[in-house]
Design a protein around this ligand. Sequence first.
Ligand code: PAF
Length: 291
Amino acid sequence: MPIPVASTPAEARAHCDTARADGKRVAFVPTMGALHAGHIALVDDAKRRGGFVVVSIFVNTLQFGPNEDYARYPRDLAGDLRKLAAVGVDLVLSPEPAVMYADGDQTRVRVTRIAEPLEGASRPGHFEGVATVVAKLLNAVGPCAAVFGRKDYQQLLVVRRMVRDLFLPIEVVGHPTVREADGLAMSSRNAYLSAEERARALAISRGLDAASRAFMRGERAARTLERFARGPIEEAASSVEYVELRDPDDLGEIPGDAGARAALVVACRVGKTRLIDNIVLGEDPHPLPPA
Ligand code: PAF
């Protein structure tokens, strides 16, 4: 059976309100489409949490900078709908930009401190775009469990903060990063990589893995742990934006030693493609199986 596709927030809200009135819990996965196995894992997680599962597909203009890849971001609505029908979801919300940002809309949601470093510094305006669209999408769906991938770790923390600060009736769920068998974190942007670049991109998970194993052996010095990750990444990447160990809850800097948990976050370019990845030391499994 084809999945119902809502093209406006009001339509989506009506479906979700009916589901809630029938006693179902709503679970929601916001996406920008070009769905891969990482997204399907989020949908499976949502299916375990709710009796009515909604997926949004919307490439959000507002979170792309002027020189970023909005125009060429992969889009495949027909393919996405086939994948979602195969896994079984109850509703897709797929609005046009003119619907999400109608009539010269004037409202922006800006999360402050936690959105400022790292991706916030590298991509000015990015998190304002994310917070604004996520607030709109969460309002379209209404009270629900909303599932986000931990691969976009700072995004997850920004959304958690916004939901808390705005008293939104949402349970925010962070789903573990899904990796290919060779360690590469799944991302729609991996489609930009040539075979040679994809091979080089494996240095990211190798670097995270080296730091993760050092942490397990008892290493706690933040700069040393960063060096374990930075070594392989610097050798393979075309440029490195950051490789930093940060507080896993507020992304504050760690001047000396890490505690029981610490977030190691990476952004770099391989060829022209910008890739991000992370691991929370003391919490996430090693990115690679033992050699
Ligand atoms: O992670 C994403 O795909 C996007 O940033 C999101 C959360 C769907 C908002 O556009």
